[in-house]
Design a protein around this ligand. Structure first.
Ligand SMILES: Nc1ncnc2c1ncn2[C@@H]1O[C@H](COP(=O)(O)OP(=O)(O)OP(=O)(O)O)[C@@H](O)[C@H]1O
Length: 372
C-alpha cells in the first residue's frame, strides 16, 4: 500500500497522532479508521468539504471529544483519555471571541494567568501580597510582551478589542493561543471571517509564525487555496476518511483517486468514461477513465476531442467554456480569455498534452500510472 493513506510525513516520534480513530454519533460514523501523524515543526492541513469530519477530528486531537475507537498519542504517550488541559495543545477556532472588556495585553495573558495563578492571586492587587505571586506576574508580563512583539501587537497592548481592525483582532487571538508555548497548534478555519486582502496577508503571517515558533501546526479548512498555499502536507478528507495525504504539488498533479482529483483544483476536473471520447485524448481511454483539468485542454482545430459550446462566461483573466460532447458528457474548458469565441451551439475541437492527463480505474476510481 502506498504511503498516501497512512498520513505520515516525517521520521521519529510524532508530536501528535491519531491511530486508527473512528467516531460515531448514534448510528452514524462520521470519522472512520483515520490515522494521521503530525511531527514537531510540521505544518499539515486537513482539507475537506463541509461535513467531512474535519472539526470532529481536530476536537478528538484536542481532547474535546473522545474517539469511539482508536488512540490519540502525544510524543509517544497514549492521551486518549486525558483531559484537554493535560495535553498542552493550543486551539484557535473560527470565532476567536476575545474578551471585549479586557485590554489586548490582558486578553493575551489570560491563559497564562489561569494556568499559573490561583483564583486568589488573580484578584486585582494580589500581586502586592506575596513575592511568589509578584515573580509569576512579572514572568507572565514578560511572556505576554514577547509574543505581542512577535505578532506586531506591542503598540496596541492597552487597547480594547473593539478598538482594533479585524486583522489585529485575529493576531491577538493567535497570540493568546500561542502564549503558553504549546506542543501543537490546531487552527480551525482561522481565516474564514477575513476579506480577500486580509486573508492573503494573514496566510503569510501564519506561515511566518510557524517558521518562527517551530511548533507542529494543524490547519482545518474547506478552502483549498488556504491548504495548498500554507501547509507542508495536505490531508484530503472525504466522508470521514483521509483520501490522500501528500505535499500540495502531489495532491494537484498526482491525485490518488477520482474523488481527490475532482475535489482539488479551482475548476472541477473533466473525467471521461472509457470509450471513443477518452480514446481521442489517450489510447488508455479504451479501458480506463481519462481525467483532464479544464485548464489543460487547448482549443485545437486538429484535436481529437470535439464538443458543442453550450455557454461561455468571461471572468477577466479567464473564460469558462461549458460544452457537451457527442456522447452527451459535460465538458468544461478554461481559456486565458484571449481566444476568439465561436457562437453558442458551434462545435469546437480540443487536444491536451499526454503529461497533463490522468488515468483512473473505472471500478475503484484509483489512480493508474500513465506510463504503464
Ligand atoms: N455532536 C454531534 N452530534 C451528532 N452529529 C454530529 C455532532 N458533531 C458533528 N456531527 C456530524 O458529524 C459530521 C462531521 O461534522 P464536522 O463538524 O466534523 O465536519 P466538518 O468537516 O468540520 O464540517 P464544517 O466544515 O462544516 O465545519 C457532520 O455530518 C455533522 O453533522
Amino acid at each position: 500500500m502506498p504511503d498516501i493513506l497512512h498520513a505520515s510525513g516525517g521520521t521519529g516520534i510524532p508530536a501528535l497522532s491519531l491511530r486508527n480513530v473512528s467516531k460515531s454519533y448514534g448510528e452514524t460514523e462520521v470519522v472512520s479508521g483515520l490515522s494521521l501523524d503530525l511531527h514537531a515543526g510540521e505544518f499539515v492541513a486537513l482539507l475537506g468539504a463541509s461535513g467531512s469530519g474535519k472539526s470532529t477530528t481536530l476536537r478528538m486531537l484536542a481532547g474535546l471529544e473522545r474517539p469511539s475507537s482508536g488512540k490519540v498519542m502525544m510524543a509517544g504517550q497514549d492521551v486518549t483519555d486525558s483531559r484537554p488541559a493535560a495535553r498542552n495543545i493550543a486551539l484557535m477556532f473560527q470565532s476567536y471571541a476575545l474578551y471585549p472588556h479586557l485590554s489586548v495585553k490582558q486578553n493575551i495573558a489570560t491563559p497564562l494567568r489561569q494556568a499559573q495563578l490561583s483564583a486568589l492571586a488573580r484578584l486585582p492587587g494580589a500581586g502586592l501580597l506575596s513575592a511568589c505571586t509578584r515573580r509569576r506576574n512579572a514572568d507572565i508580563d514578560r511572556r505576554t510582551r514577547d509574543i505581542a512583539r512577535m505578532l506586531r501587537l506591542d503598540g496596541l497592548l492597552d487597547r480594547k478589542p473593539g478598538q482594533l481592525s479585524g486583522g489585529q483582532q485575529q493576531r491577538v487571538a493567535l497570540a493568546r493561543a500561542l502564549v503558553r508555548d504549546p506542543s501543537a497548534f490546531l487552527l480551525d478555519e482561522p481565516l474564514s471571517n477575513l476579506d480577500t486582502a486580509l486573508r492573503h496577508s494573514t496566510r503569510e503571517e501564519i506561515r511566518e509564525l510557524h517558521r518562527r515558533t517551530g511548533h507542529a501546526f494543524l490547519l482545518v479548512t474547506h478552502d483549498q487555496a488556504d491548504a495548498l498555499s500554507m501547509a507542508d502536507r495536505v490531508a484530503v478528507m472525504i466522508a470521514g476518511r483521509i483520501a490522500q495525504c501528500a505535499p500540495a504539488g502531489d495532491i494537484y498533479h498526482r491525485p490518488a483517486n477520482r474523488d481527490v482529483a475532482r475535489f482539488i483544483g479551482a475548476h472541477r476536473m473533466n473525467i471521461l468514461s472509457p470509450g471513443p471520447e477518452a480514446i481521442a485524448l489517450h489510447p488508455r481511454g479504451a479501458k480506463d477513465e481519462i481525467g483532464v483539468r479544464p485548464e489543460a485542454l487547448r482549443i485545437d482545430p486538429e484535436g481529437g476531442l470535439s464538443a458543442r459550446l453550450t455557454s461561455a462566461a468571461f471572468h477577466g483573466e479567464e473564460t469558462l467554456l461549458h460544452l457537451r460532447t457527442e456522447g452527451d458528457a459535460e465538458l468544461l474548458v478554461v481559456t486565458d480569455g484571449t481566444a476568439p469565441l465561436v457562437p453558442q451551439g458551434e462545435t469546437m475541437r480540443f487536444s491536451a498534452e499526454a503529461t497533463r492527463l490522468h488515468c483512473f480505474d473505472p471500478t475503484t476510481g484509483d489512480r493508474l500510472e500513465m506510463a504503464s
